[in-house]
Design a protein around this ligand. Structure first.
Ligand SMILES: [Zn+2]
Ligand SMILES: [Zn+2]
Length: 254
C-alpha cells in the first residue's frame, strides 16, 4: 500500500468531504495517512478522525507559522501524545520565510516540541524553511537524535538531508519533487538512499503534477512515489513497499 506520511485532514478543504477523500484514497491504493496537527485548538478534530477510521493516524503539535495562539508546554504535548492513535509530535520546526525576526518565540516553541517528543517517546515531524542551519543546531542541542522522526516536505540541499539522516531522521518528499522547475530537489532525492525516504502530499496544499493548482488529497501520493521511482530507476511497487516499510520504522507502527 501507499502511505501518505503528512496531510491535514482536519482542514476544511478535506474535512468537508472526508468520505469522498477516504473513498478516493482507497481507490488509489493509499492505505494509511498521518493527519498532522498544526495548533492545539485543532487537535480534538484531528484526533477524532483518527479514532473514527483505522487508516488514519494523528499527531499533536503547533506549526511554526501559527501566531496568536495558546503556546504549547512540554507537559501538554506529552499528555496529548499519549492518546490512542497519536504517533508523532509536530508539525514543529522553524520557518524564517514567512515571518520576520525576532523569532526567539519560534525557536523556543521548537525546543519545547523536541523536549515533549523525548518525554513522550514519540518521533518528530519537522518543518524547516529558510532556516536549515538553526533547525539542525537546535535538533543537535536538544538531542532530537534520541527520538528521530521526519524532515517533512523536504526542499533543502543534500548536506541538510545527510545531517538529518545522521540524527536518525527520514526525509519526506511532497508533490514539489514532481514540479518541472524542481531539478535541484530531484537531484537530492536521487542521491538519498531508499531506506530513508518517505512520501507525502501535505494536502490540501501542493498538489503534484498533473494536478497542480487543484486541492491536494492523499489519493495523489502515488504520483510522488512515481517520481521517486523514475529518479531511482526503480519500479513503482518497489518504492511503494519501501516507503511503507519506512513509515512503519519511522513512526513505530505495525
Ligand atoms: Zn510543514
Ligand atoms: Zn503540513
Amino acid at each position: 500500500m501507499f502511505v501518505d506520511s503528512h496531510c491535514h485532514l482536519a482542514f476544511a478543504e478535506l474535512a468537508d468531504d472526508i468520505d469522498g477523500v477516504l473513498a478516493r484514497m482507497a481507490t488509489a491504493g493509499v492505505g494509511r495517512v498521518l493527519s498532522v496537527c498544526t495548533r492545539l485548538d485543532e487537535f480534538e478534530r484531528v484526533h477524532a478522525l483518527a479514532l473514527r477510521d483505522e487508516r488514519i493516524y494523528a499527531s499533536v503539535g503547533v506549526h511554526p507559522d501559527t501566531t496568536g495562539i495558546e503556546e504549547p508546554t512540554v507537559e501538554r504535548l506529552a499528555e496529548l501524545a499519549a492518546r490512542p492513535r497519536v504517533i508523532a509530535i509536530g508539525e514543529t520546526g522553524l520557518d524564517y520565510y514567512r515571518l520576520p525576526e525576532p523569532l526567539d518565540w519560534q525557536r523556543e516553541r521548537f525546543r519545547v516540541h523536541i523536549r515533549a517528543a523525548r518525554a513522550a517517546g514519540k518521533p518528530l515531524i519537522i518543518h524547516t524553511r529558510s532556516a536549515s542551519a538553526d533547525t539542525l543546531r537546535i535538533m543537535r542541542e536538544e538531542r532530537a537524535d534520541l527520538t528521530g522522526g521526519v524532515m517533512h516536505c523536504f526542499t533543502e540541499g543534500l548536506d541538510v538531508a545527510r545531517a538529518a539522516i545522521d540524527m536518525g531522521f527520514f526525509i519526506s518528499f511532497s508533490g514539489i519533487v514532481t514540479f518541472k522547475n524542481a531539478g535541484e530537489l530531484q537531484a537530492v532525492a536521487r542521491a538519498l538512499p531508499l531506506d530513508r525516504l518517505l512520501i507525502e502530499t501535505d494536502a490540501p496544499y501542493l498538489a503534484p503534477v498533473p494536478f497542480r493548482g487543484r486541492t491536494n488529497e492523499p489519493a495523489y501520493v502515488p504520483h510522488v512515489a512515481g517520481k521517486l521511482a523514475e529518479l531511482h530507476g526503480a519500479t513503482l511497487p518497489l518504492i511503494e513497499a519501501r516507503t511503507e516499510e519506512n513509515f512503519r520504522l519511522c513512526f513505530n507502527v505495525l
